[in-house]
Write a protein that binds this ligand. Structure first.
Ligand code: SF4
Length: 424
């Protein structure tokens, strides 16, 4: 099983390596690897995560070569520019040419009810032109379902007393990571939990350091609003990625949805993470009560202004044990339009198709990838734990991990996407 293929380093300059994959050049950050031109490396999320000895890399590349060009051909066939946008034509044309739109124009795209397939095609064709058929697949390990916060939209909220909580021990986390890396071939993993102070800074840094030394993969921490000192220690330990969404850019909605929390603190922390050198994934929720298309426009613009390495936005899926139990969930097209619009105004962005999207419609992951998305996550939390990480209803719990991996690879193949790095 392979979620990354090696590339050949062409040059290294100012902390960045230019890496070649079958004639395509991508750039990747060189944080702590000593790499030289002519060597083969694996890169994930725009970071060199390890070297591949030539005798290992060449057979892998030989195996992939024919398949890689077949995939490109499939992708080209599925990502032709859209046409016939009706009243939106001047807006789409402007977005393609400039990558910017006025707020009114962005809202018009989100409010469109016709020609949506054409809109998605256009976004998908921009994705192909700017980033090729590369697609990241990251694993996610949900290591604690405890949370001290009380966000109204979240099944892990403190007041959900009916939830059977768990905390994985360091050994259980390492076993899960070992399996994901050694048996399934992941080269990037997200370590996610509620905000749970049971895990001290020391413990988190120790776990990150152990994973980094043992596997050298790209580690994303998704542990909420920890201190800057904690994040600095995590980075020093080898966790170079951080996933932290701001959830909504609207202060009123934010204060209502996240009692006791300040939007400014969240956004400042995201900015800090970016400045500190983290590979940052951020974004927002689609479908929060009171959210309008104007709010989503602001959400997209805030995401873009934060210059994230990856956009991450999911739908609100109301959980029955939360105050939002009776809220409606957004339609699949609300999220697809958000993905497409983000691509229209940020051509080179990496856009994650979240696992939550799959609760809205069959084949939602496929639809998201065909609307401009180019990154996926697979839940690698072991059975026995994942049932209790009850963020939202409908979350995949039963499917065997091996089958999920196979289904994901089949999906990527059917869409012509290749596991080369997306670059920086
Ligand atoms: S959204 Fe995050 S911080 Fe809020 S309750 Fe859920 S896990 Fe905790």
């Amino acid at each position: 099983m392979c979620y990354a293929i090696p590339g050949k380093v062409v040059s290294v300059d100012s902390g960045k390596a230019t890496v070649e994959y079958f004639g395509e050049l991508k750039q990747a950050l060189v944080i702590d690897a000593d790499v030289q031109p002519g060597e083969y490396v694996y890169a994930q999320g725009g970071v060199v995560v390890g070297k591949a000895p030539e005798e290992d890399a060449l057979p892998v590349l030989e195996k992939w070569k024919k398949h890689f060009f077949e995939l490109k051909h499939i992708d080209a066939g599925l990502s032709r520019p859209g046409s016939g946008f009706g009243a939106l034509s001047p807006v789409i044309e402007k977005a393609r040419k400039t990558g910017t739109l006025a707020v009114n124009e962005m809202a018009a795209v989100l409010e469109a009810e016709e020609n949506l397939e054409m809109l998605y095609s256009e976004a998908n064709s921009i994705r192909k032109e700017m980033l090729g058929n590369a697609c990241c697949v990251h694993g996610i390990v949900e290591f604690s379902s405890y949370c001290q916060n009380n966000c109204l939209y979240c099944g892990l909220r403190r007041n959900n007393r009916g939830l059977r909580r768990y905390r994985m021990s360091e050994e259980q986390i390492m076993d899960t990571v070992d399996y994901a890396v050694e048996q399934l071939g992941f080269k990037a993993l997200v370590l996610q939990s509620g905000e749970d102070d049971f895990y001290t800074d020391d413990m988190l840094a120790g776990i990150a350091s152990k994973i980094h030394r043992r596997h050298g993969i790209l580690i994303f921490m998704s542990v909420g609003e920890r201190s800057r000192e904690c994040y600095r220690r995590l980075y020093d330990a080898g966790a170079y990625g951080a996933l932290l969404r701001f959830e909504t850019s609207d202060e009123t909605i934010y204060h209502k949805m996240r009692p006791g929390k300040k939007l400014k603190d969240r956004v400042d922390l995201i900015k800090y993470l970016k400045d500190a050198g983290f590979v940052v994934a951020t974004g927002f929720l689609v479908g929060l009560p009171g959210q309008t298309s104007r709010h989503i426009v602001k959400d997209i613009l805030l995401t873009k202004s934060l210059k994230p390495d990856m956009y991450s936005f999911g739908p609100l899926v109301p959980h029955p044990a939360t105050p939002l139990a009776s809220a409606g969930k957004p339609g699949i097209n609300d999220v697809l339009k958000t993905i497409a619009l983000s691509r229209l105004v940020d051509h080179e962005s990496k856009i994650l198709v979240t696992t939550a999207l799959e609760t809205l419609a069959p084949e939602a992951a496929r639809s998201g990838l065909l609307a401009g998305g180019n990154s996926l996550m697979i839940n690698t939390t072991p059975p026995g734990f994942r049932e209790s990480y009850d963020l939202y209803p409908g979350k995949a719990k039963d499917e065997a991990l091996g089958q999920t991996v196979k289904n994901t690879l089949d999906l990527l193949c059917s869409l012509g996407r290749a596991p080369t790095d997306l670059g920086v």
